[in-house]
Design a protein. Structure first.
Length: 154
């Protein structure tokens, strides 16, 4: 409202949403020393904090992805990390026991969003491409169906 004269009403400002972009670095900070970059750890807590039984499996999954990014230039280490990534994926899968089409789609969306949160800058995305090139065409045998929980390392 104006201070003098006839009252004037000003429109409310539009709500704004700020997105803080992580600078283009490969490794993130890990202030609490739990092995998960702080930006990714925040994402996990915000999006999966209501499912504490799933968090250890997701942390194993994230650690495998982070290691694959850090060592992406090394083809031998990339294959090692690809195996760990597969085991971590099996572990995560074991926490989604309902294999209905809707649950599979929901799991896919959740994990795709998590990967996007990890690969949220150019450097990480490029490292992921290099890692993928090193592991392309390789087949890693998984555990027998129903034994996915044995891939969990916690």
């Amino acid at each position: 409202r104006s201070a003098g004269g006839a009252p004037k009403v000003f429109a409310r400002p539009l709500p704004a949403q700020l997105m803080i972009q992580v600078e283009d670095t490969l490794a993130g900070t890990d202030t609490d020393g739990n092995g998960i970059w702080d930006d990714v750890d925040s994402y996990l807590v915000a999006n999966f904090g209501d499912r504490p039984e799933l968090l250890p499996a997701l942390r194993q999954y994230v650690c495998a992805i982070q290691a694959s990014l850090i060592d992406a230039q090394d083809s031998e280490l990339s294959l090692k990390h690809a195996r760990k990534y597969d085991r971590a994926s099996e572990c995560v899968d074991s926490f989604y026991p309902d294999d209905t089409e809707e649950m599979i789609a929901a799991q896919f969306e959740e994990l795709a969003a998590l990967r996007a949160a990890i690969l949220k800058n150019r450097v990480r995305t490029l490292a992921n491409i290099v890692f993928s090139e090193h592991s392309a065409g390789h087949v890693f045998l998984g555990v027998p169906p129903g034994e996915e929980r044995s891939s969990c390392k916690f």
